[in-house]
Design a protein around this ligand. Structure first.
Ligand code: ATP
Length: 229
């Protein structure tokens, strides 16, 4: 068979979901599982941030965050860890990360995030350059409606009842700057809530709900006395 250059229409997208994961929880995992199912993707990389531009640097070590994230990944083999930001000593600007990823792959970059993150996009470093490097897939979070920015060329909706059509899928493989609102599970959980519950809980109270995060992650938190003070 003659050799033909791979083109982005046939390459599996590089799917990335960034976060602090301090700690990781089901609000990360379950909506992403829905997203993978909706898009028929079988791989997504969870990318922990090293020095966040928008949040305070976590009091828990990078090693602990990585270990907890590995436990979350063990829940579903479609997930893996992308450590590009964690290995760097610089502030984690997504636009710079995407440029580095672009050097290593020809496949389209698909960036996943929750509605709150997407709605704050205009405050992100060089956000207009960022959207030229990837397409953005938004997971439902809270009651916030998705903002529509005039600078973004195309918004699409994707749900089990309204899957993307062939033309939309092709454009997501071959073009950038598009946003897809995904109809994913709504889970009212945040890392802040989990940290606060652990900090304020006393011995007589019930354990932190295992509905919020995997038991393995919760056991790890207790074993290493994380978030207790
Ligand atoms: P914190 O409470 O410390 O701010 P967080 O729970 O928001 O943390 P992050 O790791 O900072 O978690 O978030 C990473 C990404 O996960 C963001 O894009 C965020 O919008 C998304 N995300 C977090 N929790 C949920 C959730 N419950 N539903 C949908 N998306 C979520």
């Amino acid at each position: 068979m003659p050799y033909s250059e791979p083109n982005s229409a046939t390459l599996t997208p590089t799917a990335i979901f960034g976060g602090m994961f301090n700690p990781p929880h089901f609000g990360h995992l379950h909506p992403l599982q829905d997203a993978l199912n909706l898009l028929s993707l079988n791989k997504l990389a969870l990318m922990p941030c090293h020095i966040p531009p928008h949040k305070v640097t976590p009091e828990v070590s990078t090693e602990h965050r990585l270990a907890m994230l590995a436990l979350l990944c063990a829940e579903d083999r479609r997930f893996c860890i992308e450590d590009i930001e964690i290995r760097s000593n610089k502030t984690s600007y997504t636009v710079e990360t995407l440029k580095q990823l672009k050097k290593r792959t020809q496949s389209p970059l698909w960036l996943f995030m929750g509605t709150d993150s997407f709605n704050s996009l205009r405050s992100w470093h060089q956000w207009q350059s960022l959207i030229q490097l990837c397409n953005i897939f938004v997971l439902k979070r809270g009651r916030e409606a998705l903002l529509h920015f005039p600078e973004i060329s195309e918004y699409m909706d994707c749900s089990a009842k309204k899957p993307l059509n062939e033309a939309q899928l092709l454009s997501l493989h071959t073009q950038t700057g598009k946003v897809v609102a995904l109809e994913t599970k709504l889970l009212n959980v945040s890392s802040t809530q989990i940290r606060n519950e652990i900090r304020t809980r006393n011995e007589s109270e019930a354990k932190i709900s295992e509905a919020l995060l995997p038991e393995s992650v919760l056991n790890y938190i207790h074993k290493h006395h994380l978030y207790e003070s």
